[in-house]
Design a protein around this ligand. Structure first.
Ligand SMILES: [Zn+2]
Length: 237
C-alpha cells in the first residue's frame, strides 16, 4: 500500500513501489472534473489509488491519461470504470498486447523473441500469482495524435508526445499553473531494446524539458525532482 500525497494545490501523487514495480500515479484536481495519470500495473494497484482518493475526500477521477504503453503503467486499465485516454501509438501497443496469451509457454516464447523484457517478466511474476488468470490488457477509450489540451476547470493541461530514449510513444503532461510536469519514464533507458540508452534522443528530451517552467518533474519511478536534480540523469555517462 502507498499513500496519496499532495504536491501542490491541485496535484497529488502516489509514490512508486520498486518491490513490485508499481509506478507513480497522479491525481490532478479540476473544478469541473479530475484526472488520473496512469492506470498502474494491476487491479490491486488501481484499488490502492481509489481508496486513497476516497480517504482524502477527493472526487474520483472522471478520466485517466496514460503516459506510455509499458505494462506497469497500463495493466490496471481494465479495472477502471471511467474513460481512458492514450495517444495512438500507445493504443497500438495496447492493441497488440491485448492479444497476448499468458500461459508459461507464451511468456517464455516472448522472452526468447525479445517481445518481452526480462526485467518486466520478473516483476510481472511478482505482481501476479497467476498471470494467465489475472492479466487482462485492454485498449483506451479515447485516442489522440501528437498533442492534446485538457481543461479540467480552473486548470489546464498541455499533453504532448516527445522524442525520448525510453519509448517512442512517451508523453509529457505539463501543468503550467501548478508548475508541475509528469514526464512518465522518458529519461530512462529502453528496457525493450536491451536497456539501450540513446543519448541523442536524451539531448532532444533535455532541451524540451528545460523549456518548461516547472518546479517539480514527476518521473514514473522517482520522487518529484527539480530540473537540476533531473538534469543529473540526463548527462551522458
Ligand atoms: Zn516505462
Amino acid at each position: 500500500m502507498r499513500i496519496l500525497k499532495q504536491l501542490t494545490e491541485r496535484v497529488y501523487y502516489m509514490p512508486a513501489d520498486g518491490e513490485i514495480d508499481r509506478p507513480v500515479l497522479g491525481y490532478i484536481k479540476g473544478d469541473k472534473f479530475s484526472l488520473r495519470i496512469d492506470a498502474g500495473n494491476s487491479a490491486s494497484h488501481v484499488a490502492n489509488f481509489d481508496q486513497e482518493v476516497e480517504r482524502l475526500g477527493l472526487v474520483q477521477p472522471a478520466a485517466t491519461l496514460i503516459t506510455h504503453w509499458h505494462w506497469d503503467h497500463t495493466y490496471g486499465m481494465h479495472a477502471i470504470k471511467t474513460p481512458i485516454i492514450a495517444n495512438e501509438q500507445t493504443n497500438a501497443r495496447l492493441q497488440t498486447m491485448s492479444t497476448w496469451s499468458w500461459t508459461p509457454d507464451a511468456m517464455a516464447a516472448r522472452l526468447e523473441t525479445g517481445e518481452e523484457c526480462a526485467f518486466c517478466d520478473e516483476y510481472i511474476r511478482k505482481e501476479y500469482d497467476d498471470p494467465q488468470g489475472q492479466i487482462k490488457v485492454v485498449t483506451a477509450d479515447v485516442t489522440f495524435k501528437d498533442k492534446l489540451t485538457i481543461d479540467l476547470g480552473g486548470i489546464e493541461l498541455e499533453i504532448f508526445q516527445v522524442t525520448n530514449p525510453h519509448s517512442e510513444d512517451g508523453m509529457i503532461i505539463y501543468i503550467p499553473s501548478e508548475r508541475v510536469a509528469f514526464i512518465g519514464d522518458t529519461i530512462t533507458e529502453d528496457f525493450y531494446n536491451n536497456s539501450y540508452m540513446d543519448w541523442e534522443k536524451m539531448a532532444t528530451l533535455r532541451q524540451t524539458l528545460s523549456q518548461l517552467d516547472a518546479d517539480y518533474y514527476l518521473h514514473g519511478h522517482l520522487e518529484p525532482l527539480s530540473f537540476e536534480q533531473l538534469d543529473e540523469f540526463m548527462q551522458p555517462s
